[in-house]
Design a protein around this ligand. Structure first.
Ligand SMILES: CC1=C(O)/C(=C\N=C(/C)C(=O)O)C(COP(=O)(O)O)=CN1
Length: 456
């Protein structure tokens, strides 16, 4: 069998349509060559993000009918709270409307001017909140993570313990409020962290009295890779692996919009009483009561159910294998991608795809636009544009200049993936005709969301 059949059947459909090519050219021009600015109605297959775009199950939809919309003490909140405590083992949970809501609370409470926050590669909103509170993000990921194609490195998300310890010795543990461990590492290509590395990072952190906070947005995918790739875990259930992972953390920020398989939701979880008390005091300023945190009761119900469904082995195996299927199909056709293939997306290496376009002309940005023109498929730039500028206004020119093909959970079939692969292969064949871009509008923060471009 080429691949396992989807472990679910369709109960409701949402018709798709593809614009004629001349209308696609108009649409992307109007969007300033920024796929974030395209209208959903003009998109055929939407691989912009797996955030909030996932399909809920019949049980989750049924859960929406159980919404207890009481302003305080909603039944659904107790269901969500106890589910997180059971799955992750944390003592306390503070609900937020989505992941960056949790990042805002955590950074405001723990990050001060002069703080250093080490982590395994940056993520845009995570670093933004750390910097907005005067902190400096320090990348302590292993060097392999910054190399696009090295298929034999199975845990490219791992933290380089020497880099981490050097930072501790340089700035002092008292200036490191926590280390942020992303499981998986989105911008490295959805790359996992091994259980061994999680354990070692935790031990080193405890030795210096430093908190370990996971960014656990895609933690189930991470658990799947541990089961599939790490010695000693193939006979463990996903739930058992997840429980051990979180035993190496003092807390976590979570975006439910990914591995919670819901369209909105998030939380900040922790064991520490003081952090909990400060977070419950602050959450009312930004998100609402500590018993809803910016979510409706029905959303919390769907979130609690989704967290449990995500632990099902057949679900997560199919989910990750779909991504691998698309990655292998492209790689076999000679398309340069990040390898090993990650958990939530295939990442095209735009620098290798378009070697004639210098990074200051944003190759990943123009490649995403060209794929849309070719096929109506929407992808996302994850390169120099996303990296933004330093405080001094300089561009980061990250080593990884990528276009992300992000698969929403339980949405597309293998036939859709074949269509995507063929479109990218056609684009690759005409890559020499593609020209670079320049900004015509550059926002001051997180410029990739609303920036606009034209050809140089
Ligand atoms: C690893 C990680 C993310 O990937 C993340 C959001 N990611 C988006 C929107 C994405 O398209 O990847 C966030 C922010 O979550 P939020 O989009 O605010 O629910 C935090 N950590």
């Amino acid at each position: 069998m080429k691949f396992m059949p989807e472990p679910y059947k369709v109960k409701m459909v949402e018709p798709l349509r593809i614009l004629p090519k001349e209308e696609r050219i108009e649409a992307i021009k109007k969007a300033g060559y920024n796929t974030f600015l395209l209208n959903s109605r003009d998109v055929y297959i939407d691989l912009l993000t797996d955030s909030g775009t996932n399909a809920m199950s019949d049980r989750q939809w049924a859960g929406l009918m159980m919404g207890d919309e009481a302003y305080a003490g909603s039944e659904n909140w107790f269901h969500l709270q106890s589910t997180v405590q059971e799955i992750m083992g944390f003592k306390h949970v503070v609900p937020t409307h989505q992941g960056r809501g949790a990042e805002n609370l955590l950074s405001q409470i723990l990050v001060k001017p002069g703080s250093y926050v080490p982590g395994n590669m940056y993520f845009t909103t995570t670093r933004a909140h750390q910097e907005l509170n005067g902190g400096t993000f320090v990348d302590v990921i292993n060097d392999d993570a910054h190399i696009s194609d090295n298929p034999d490195v199975l845990f490219k998300g791992n933290i380089d313990l020497k880099k981490y310890e050097d930072l501790i010795n340089k700035v002092g543990a008292e200036n490191i409020p926590y280390i942020c461990v992303g499981v998986t590492v989105n911008l490295a290509g959805g790359q996992p962290v091994s259980m061994k590395n999680l354990r070692e990072v935790y031990e080193l952190s405890k030795k210096h009295g430093i908190r370990v906070m996971f960014d656990c947005t895609r933690y189930v995918e991470n658990a799947y890779f541990i089961k599939a790739r790490e010695e000693g875990y193939k006979d463990k259930t996903i739930a058992e692996i997840v429980k051990e992972m979180f035993s190496y953390a003092d807390g976590a920020t979570m975006s439910g919009k990914k591995d919670g398989i819901v369209n909105i939701g998030g939380f900040l979880a922790m064991n520490e009483e003081e952090l909990y008390s400060k977070a419950t005091a602050l959450v009312v300023v930004y998100e609402g009561m500590p018993s809803y945190g910016g979510m409706t009761g029905r959303d919390m119900e769907a979130f609690a159910i989704g967290l449990k469904e995500a632990l099902d082995y057949n679900y997560i195996k199919h989910r990750v294998e779909q991504v691998e299927y698309l990655g292998n199909k492209l790689s076999e056709a000679g398309i340069p991608i990040v390898r090993p293939v990650g958990g939530h997306a295939v990442f095209l290496d735009a620098r290798a795809f378009l070697p004639h376009i210098p990074q200051e002309q944003y190759p990943a940005q123009v490649l995403a636009a060209e794929i849309y023109i070719e096929s109506g498929v929407r992808t996302m730039e994850r390169g120099n544009v996303s990296a933004g500028r330093t405080k001094e206004g300089k561009e980061y020119f990250p080593k990884l200049e990528l276009v992300r093909l992000t698969l929403p959970r339980r949405v597309y079939s293998y036939a859709h993936l074949d269509f995507v692969a063929e479109a990218i292969i056609r684009t690759f064949k005409r890559r020499d005709e593609i020209k670079g871009l320049k900004f015509i509008y550059e926002p001051p923060v997180l410029r990739f969301f609303t920036g606009r471009f034209e050809h140089v």
